[in-house]
Design a protein around this ligand. Structure first.
Ligand code: FES
Length: 108
């Protein structure tokens, strides 16, 4: 069973923002959408591209709860990691998030 790990104060990720952390050697993106937090692995299951940043270092915007890989356009739901559009065929790992005493904790 995954342990919850304290990542940062919740105030560091304000509504509409995301931060990518290296936790237990995995790149994990934590998103704040309307003050609810979601965490997925920041690695596309199609061919390993980062999901949150394009090749120029620009942030990939969310469309609702959907993020589109900047390389070939696969789409994932950040709420549960489900793949929504090919060419990816496999869901991206999703992690439970909670806020305890003002700190974000992620189960990795
Ligand atoms: S690497 Fe993400 S869609 Fe191909």
């Amino acid at each position: 069973m995954a342990d919850f790990i304290t990542v940062c104060p919740a105030s560091e990720i304000t509504a509409g923002q995301r931060i990518v952390f290296n936790i237990k050697d995995r790149w994990i993106a934590i998103f704040n959408v309307s003050d609810k937090y979601y965490a997925i692995e920041d690695v596309c299951t199609h061919d390993g591209n980062t999901l949150t940043e394009d090749e120029k270092g620009n942030e990939v915007p969310l469309e609702g709860f959907t993020i589109a890989c900047p390389r070939h356009g696969a789409q994932f739901d950040i709420r549960d990691g489900k793949v929504l559009r090919a060419p990816a065929l496999v869901d991206v790992p999703w992690f439970a998030v909670r806020v305890i005493d003002g700190n974000i904790e992620v189960a990795v």
